[in-house]
Ligand binder design. Structure first.
Ligand code: BGC
Length: 430
């Protein structure tokens, strides 16, 4: 098997989101969605990984596994459970966690919004209304000020397109709306929120005399491929879906280039509104009409998503064309419930990244420990570490050991490829 080295200065670690790991009964949209009976396997986010109590244990395991970086999230509903009433102990908790990571030599990248809203914010229309943006900015300001010089890397908003389409077009996530116009409007509000947060964070860091801060937002990108290359309608739909789902939004968020799809609601000027490319990449979709699917015969994950490693580079290149900046893969991973092919998945995606011409600086695997997978609940397992939800026992998987070895060796050696990758195969979609 081919061996490869990581790119110079490339750092590896994992990504997480507060709602997916912390647990606890909070007054937020995903707790509400659970109470309304919308989680496929009936799991409650109140359980998850109980990370809110076990954070020291988890972060120590991260250190023991050799992680160099960690993307972590802040739960807005924990920090500001009622409008304007900030919980100082909750803020201090996040600061303490960052301090612990730093003491372990793990560099934190902090996500400020990852899908979940406090119910008070949701009840006043959340990001359906541009006039609510200042409420988000007040929370951002509070956290950035509290972190001070400890944190110099931020993601403002995670996957605005997934938040908007799942919640407002497919109706599978809160608030369960099904209207394309609404989804595009929410994306426009999120674009404005990001641009304003980007400016605010830089202004705050400058006031605090903190240099070198990097801010971005996490793009969820897929490759959209026509089902039949020769069919002009399939090609057209693939292009249109790409533009509606991600292309138009990346330009609005990244460089303030708005248009008919993503409107410039607040008259933001053109500019550069990110300091690195943040790419979340999982899959390729096959398009034959307005809905997407998976190519027959393709290698697939346990959720049926096509495994298409080269797509990670294709998507990064698309963003690099908009703004040539350092590339952070802020999420990449797979639902593999038995850890039967995750090593091969890691190998294929990292190899593609390391072979490409782009300045890839970071790779955050999704995710560290199996966790609450939104509307799917606890069934899909994405972690490098296995969790027994009943006992909360964590066990490092074979893929976790492979990941640690990659970090330690600075790449994949022949012996590692033989040990971890060669015995594994993907299953295909019949
Ligand atoms: C999200 C994560 C999620 C992962 C796997 C991404 O779209 O940011 O929160 O768990 O995909 O589905």
């Amino acid at each position: 098997m081919e061996t490869f080295k990581l790119k110079d200065h490339m750092l590896l670690g994992t990504a997480s989101a507060a709602t997916q790991i912390e647990g606890g009964e909070l007054d937020h949209t995903w707790m509400d969605w659970f109470h309304k009976g919308h989680i496929a396997d009936g799991a409650s986010p109140a359980r998850a990984n109980d990370h809110i109590n076990r954070w020291r244990e988890d972060d120590t395991l991260m250190r023991d596994m050799g992680m160099q970086i960690a993307r972590i999230g802040v739960e807005w509903a924990r920090v500001e459970p009622r409008e304007g009433a900030f919980d100082e102990a909750a803020i201090a908790h996040y600061v303490a966690e960052v301090d612990l990571l730093l003491s372990y030599g793990i560099r934190p990248l902090v996500t400020l919004h990852h899908f979940t809203n406090s119910m008070w914010f949701e009840n006043i229309g959340a990001f359906e209304k541009a006039e609510n943006i200042p409420l988000f900015l007040r929370f951002v300001e509070r956290m950035v000020t509290a972190f001070g010089p400890r944190v110099t890397e931020y993601i403002t908003i995670n996957e605005p397109n997934v938040y908007a389409t799942s919640g407002y077009y497919f109706g599978s996530w809160p608030p369960g709306d099904r209207n394309l116009g609404h989804a595009l409007h929410v994306m426009a509000v999120l674009a404005a929120a990001h641009i304003q947060a980007y400016r605010r964070i830089h202004a705050l860091q400058a006031e605090m005399g903190i240099a070198g801060t990097r801010v971005s937002y996490a793009n969820h990108m897929r490759v959209f491929a026509p089902k039949n290359q020769l069919n002009p309608l399939h090609r057209l739909f693939a292009k249109a879906t790409e533009h509606l789902f991600q292309g138009a939004l990346s330009k609005a968020m990244g460089i303030g280039r708005f248009g008919l799809v993503i409107r410039n609601l607040l008259g933001e000027p053109r500019g550069l509104y990110c300091d690195f490319i943040a790419l979340n990449y999982y899959t390729r979709s096959t398009v034959a009409g307005l809905s997407d699917g998976t190519r027959a015969g393709a290698p697939v994950t346990d959720l049926g998503w096509e495994i298409y490693p080269q797509g990670i580079v294709e998507c990064a290149r698309k963003l690099y064309k908009i703004h040539p900046l350092p590339v952070y893969v802020t999420e990449n991973g797979t639902c593999d419930n038995t850890d039967g092919f995750r090593c091969r998945y890691l190998y294929d995606h990292l190899q593609a990244l390391c072979a490409c011409e782009l300045p890839v600086e970071r790779y955050y695997h999704w995710c560290f420990i199996d966790n609450f997978e939104w509307a799917e609940g606890e069934a899909p397992r994405f972690g490098l570490v296995h969790i027994d939800y009943d006992t909360q026992v964590r066990t490092v998987k074979q893929s976790g050991r492979f990941f640690s070895d990659i970090i330690r060796e600075g790449g994949v050696t022949e012996a590692m490829a033989q040990q971890y990758v060669a015995p594994q195969q993907y299953r295909t979609n019949a």
